[in-house]
Design a protein around this ligand. Sequence first.
Ligand code: ADP
Length: 322
Amino acid sequence: MITIKNVYMHYGSTVALEDVSFCVKEGEILGLLGPNGAGKSTLMRILTTFIYPTRGTAVLGGYDILEQPLRVRELVGYMPETVPLYMDMRVDEYLAFVGNARGIRGSALQKRFDWLVDACGITGVWKHGIHELSKGFRQRVGLAQSLIHDPKILILDEPTSGLDPLQIIGIRRLVKELAKEKTIIFSTHILQEVEVLADRIVIINEGRIVSQGTKEELAREAMRYRCHTLTVKEPKETVEKALKGLLHAKDISFVSESKDGFVTFDVMSAFEDPLIVQEMDNLNKEKKWPVRTLAERRFNLEDLFISLLSKRKKVESVPGGR
Ligand code: ADP
């Protein structure tokens, strides 16, 4: 349903997207996961034809964003991160306005309203002024405007941002329900959000895709690594230098330094490489450091995510070795 082909976006000298390509199948919920500034909103603005990419293109439901942007707009419902609401309108007036702008009137609009109030849970606020609504209800009205023309594709930019836990659950349920008949891309910077909502995850950092797959595939990818966490009372630079000398470590990252002089580092290595355990042991014996803890664990999805975001280039090179 969606094919993104080698998309680049430059804002002056800022490279917001660099060679981004992926596909979304019909009926799939794709979670676009990345920290603030990763390029998620930029990609969504490109897919909804708000802006054009510097290079590359995307095809949605058979329509190219560069060649047939109006067709794409008909096909897509878009909820930007800041929902475009008019505070001085009532909910029903606002949705009628959006419907009319999309060319929907009369009984056709009424039919959409009947469905929307129920689907988006806005019956109780239908005649309320938008300025009176809580953030959760504003988000629901934002979702309603994106659905007014019954689009095949929904693009939701951080749909749960700023909501309380109950509101988050409400929106998540709604998105799951909508996915029964729509293809959905949503963005978030929260790992748990994609874990519960997405069929497939694309992780983006600094404008580039750093990993993608189903939750299970990414969890399997994570299991290929292990992490030794070392806490020791030594100067940070001394420990860092020694750890960098480990031949079987893929990556070293500084975690914290306590007031009483203990430093903590994570040492990442390939799970199938047992020699790192020996190397850590030897290092300990040789240095005779006052070690407080030396713990070993297998990577989980969260470790992989953090590692991908902080050390993108190094982690990318892991499969082929150091
Ligand atoms: P995200 O949605 O993941 O937080 P954005 O797509 O908003 O990321 O931003 C990606 C990068 O592009 C950031 O460095 C941001 O500062 C920059 N950026 C976004 N929009 C503009 C713009 N209109 N002009 C200049 N730089 C921009």
